[in-house]
Design a protein around this ligand. Structure first.
Ligand code: NDP
Ligand code: 2IT
Length: 449
């Protein structure tokens, strides 16, 4: 283990997800440090792994019965070397400092890869929106923003959505920010279309992930046409990944949520996707309800006592993990290999464990790390900021064209950096090296701040 990683682990021993994300980057950027000896003198690793600011606050709110609850709110402002802090808010009971520091750390490199001027941040709360009424969610968002507003701003820190934070939550958060500041600005992205949102922002992460996969396949003269794909999750990223795969002629046979997964051997087509969108986004139901309509489909309940997740044990060509961190462990990775999967494209952040990634790299299959392949979401957030600044909006075709161009550029940047450092085809090494180099050089240009 490198000294710096040991120092980080000793300083905050409980933060295992953060350590996992840091370890991957530190290991892959060693050749960059060897080539640039002043980086060590300037302690760039020590600086880049320490948040510029970490804010933690109490969020009291009242449920519909008059009972008061208290949740914890966070915003990690990780790095502002290349632009205002930018990154989503996650509302999920698992949220803690470690998870948000890992997400903020990943976001710094991801945002650097997009070619847009955005630093990295992440925030959220251990609040669980599941089962809450709209009014309860609104009261929570208002309380959360009544503290967060003093730390953010369109040129300072621009939050967006992530797990558990979609258009509804962004609306309530924006309303409260506007009231407290008495100004209408692009302080959040993922806004609704009628009041400053960008076309294609809801679709961007999933579409971008599939564009990235298509670029990877193109290096082998292949396409998604006729490929069978496993997709996990059934939220924002999963739905739009599925939508784009269908459009490009692929077949998706799985979707999941935290309760279980469906296996639809025939493929989830456009009509079924409409059903899933209604089920998840309007009814806020469970993926198990898919079989109430499509009875020939197999639903398997999640079983955490198993060493592997059967969702990853089906014949397929490609896998798009799009739910949450560490959903593919070594056993799942081995099952993917056994079932013929030759491309893994991360829609979620850090969905594959280090052991799983090692299996992909050893077997030389195509593996895209989330900080490259899921960057389409934040990239279109950057385009939303640009449109807000200009006070005009681009057409869907225009935003989609730019998204495609950005994903193509990220893909090429990863390949170029990987080749330059003797790791041809290693997208993980390429993404880390390219993102790291850009951010570190900006930090050094700006002196010791
Ligand atoms: P949503 O809240 O829309 O959907 C999340 C999906 O993942 C749901 O199906 C949810 O199931 C499932 N899920 C969440 N947590 C767990 C868990 N602990 N175990 C099993 N399943 C879980 O979120 P998004 O689709 O926006 O986010 C999915 C992933 O993509 C996350 O890793 C996020 O960080 C990443 N991402 C999102 C971007 C965006 O623009 N939204 C951009 C880049 C990355 P359930 O309903 O049961 O909780
Ligand atoms: O992980 C991510 O990149 C996001 N949740 C999107 C962040 C954003 O600012 O759009």
């Amino acid at each position: 283990m490198t000294d710096i990683l040991k120092q980080i682990e000793d300083k905050d021993p409980g933060e295992k997800e953060f350590h996992q994300a840091v370890q991957e980057v530190i290991e892959t950027v060693q050749p960059v440090l060897d080539r640039n000896p002043q980086y060590r003198q300037d302690a760039v690793l020590e600086r880049i792994t320490e948040p510029e600011r970490a804010i933690m606050f109490r969020v009291p709110w009242m449920d519909d019965q008059g009972q008061v609850h208290v949740n914890r709110g966070f915003r990690i402002e990780m790095n502002s070397a290349i632009g205002p802090y930018k990154g989503g808010l996650r509302f999920h009971p698992s949220v803690n400092l470690s998870i948000l520091k890992f997400l903020a750390f990943e976001q710094v490199f991801k945002n650097a890869l997009t070619t847009l001027a955005m630093g990295g941040g992440k925030g959220g709360s251990d609040f669980d929106p599941k089962g809450k009424s709209d009014n309860e969610v609104m009261r929570f968002c208002q309380s959360f923003m009544s503290e967060l507003f003093r730390h953010i701003g369109p040129n300072t820190d621009v939050p967006a959505g992530d797990i558990g934070v979609g258009a509804r939550e962004i609306g309530y958060l924006f309303g409260m920010y506007k009231k407290l500041r008495n100004e209408f600005t692009g302080v959040l992205t993922g806004k609704s279309l009628g009041w400053g949102g960008s076309l294609i922002r809801p679709e961007a992460t999933g579409y971008g992930s599939v564009y990235f996969a298509a670029e990877m396949l193109a290096t082998q003269n292949e396409t998604l046409e006729g490929k069978t794909c496993l997709v996990s999750g059934s939220g924002n990223v999963a739905q739009h990944t599925l939508e784009k795969i269908i459009e490009l002629g692929g077949k998706v046979v799985t979707l999941s949520d935290s309760s279980g997964y469906i296996y639809d051997e025939e493929g989830i087509d456009t009509d079924k996707l409409v059903f899933v969108k209604r089920l998840k986004n309007i009814k806020r139901g469970r993926i198990s309800e898919y079989i109430d309509k499509y009875s020939e489909v197999v639903y398997t309940e999640a079983d955490t006592s198993l060493a592997y997740n059967p969702q990853w044990n089906h014949k397929a060509d490609c896998a798009f993990p799009s739910a949450t961190e560490n959903e593919i462990n070594a056993k799942n990775a081995a099952n993917l290999m056994k079932n013929g999967v030759r491309l893994v494209c991360e829609g979620a952040n850090m969905p594959c464990t280090p052991e799983a990634i090692n299996i992909f790299l050893d077997k030389k299959i195509q593996y895209a790390p989330g900080k490259a392949s899921n960057a389409g979401g934040v990239a279109v957030s950057g385009l939303e900021m640009a449109q807000n600044s200009m006070r005009l909006s681009w057409t869907a075709e225009e935003v989609d064209r730019r998204l495609k161009m950005i994903m193509k550029s990220i893909h090429q940047t990863c390949l170029d950096a990987a080749s330059e450092y003797g790791e041809p085809g290693n997208y993980m090494a390429g993404a880390n090296i390219a993102g790291f180099t850009k951010v570190v050089n900006a930090m050094l240009d700006q002196g010791l701040v």
